[in-house]
Design a protein around this ligand. Sequence first.
Ligand SMILES: NC(=O)c1ccc[n+]([C@@H]2O[C@H](COP(=O)([O-])OP(=O)(O)OC[C@H]3O[C@@H](n4cnc5c(N)ncnc54)[C@H](OP(=O)(O)O)[C@@H]3O)[C@@H](O)[C@H]2O)c1
Length: 257
Amino acid sequence: MTSFAGRVAVVTGGTRGIGRAVAARFEAAGATVVTLARTEPRQAVGRFLAADLGSRAAVRAAFATVAAEFGRVDVLVNNAGGARPGPALDYPEAAARAAFDLNVLGVLYAAQCAYPLTPEHGGAAIVNIGSVAGTRPSPGTAVYGAAKAALAALTKSLALEWAPRIRVNCVLPGPVLTESLTAYHGGPEAAEAVGRGLPMGRMAEPDDIAEACLFLASEQARHISGAELLVHGGGEVPGFNRAAREAARPRGFGEGK
Ligand SMILES: NC(=O)c1ccc[n+]([C@@H]2O[C@H](COP(=O)([O-])OP(=O)(O)OC[C@H]3O[C@@H](n4cnc5c(N)ncnc54)[C@H](OP(=O)(O)O)[C@@H]3O)[C@@H](O)[C@H]2O)c1
């Protein structure tokens, strides 16, 4: 895998969950890492800068610091995201606006600020963290899914407009075993039970997503731009089809005898 020595990687939301794993993976690959989030963690990976991604002014100020301290951006992972779950019928306006501010406009602001700091002759990469929620409906994620679908569209437009200077791709995780998702499911045991229902038999770990980001930012992915990479362990088994799937599952050596 490409060494990222001498390169600067900015990871939004790089203080917890997936973003922290992404930041740590790029640091391990040799990059100088900058993490952006609203709250400074006790132990940051790389240089931490406080910024609310939903505020264009705050994003600009953070990238001005990146420019002053590091002078360049080679990789931008737009990971900060999320939205409160809730039924569409009475989803609050403020929450809906905040979801689009963070998951769509925050990504646009960060990408706009990163552009002039990338090498003119190519080699830079942006990786946006979308979600399978942007590709198919599920109860309680109407706004979140719509915002992630918009992010996927934004990814493809940026890839088109900014080639060959910057490759722009999207990673679409299925459920990832983070603290937030564990809490959402009501604790570790409940979260593991959800994972057992997935084709791979477990949820993704944050590191699984980090590896996909590293690949898409690497020289190995030099001709990949405008792509959506599903990292969901084989997808989801529709509830109505679980029994059929069990019956169709090939048995391993010694299994079922
Ligand atoms: N976990 C999953 O199962 C899953 C599945 C599919 C996709 N995703 C996507 O993956 C990404 C990361 O998810 P996660 O579960 O790792 O999230 P998480 O654990 O909740 O962490 C979110 C990170 O983003 C930062 N953040 C949140 N709002 C921000 C804002 N307005 N401005 C700046 N930073 C902000 C948080 O720090 P502060 O709160 O201090 O700002 C934190 O560092 C999100 O885009 C999410 O939609 C997650």
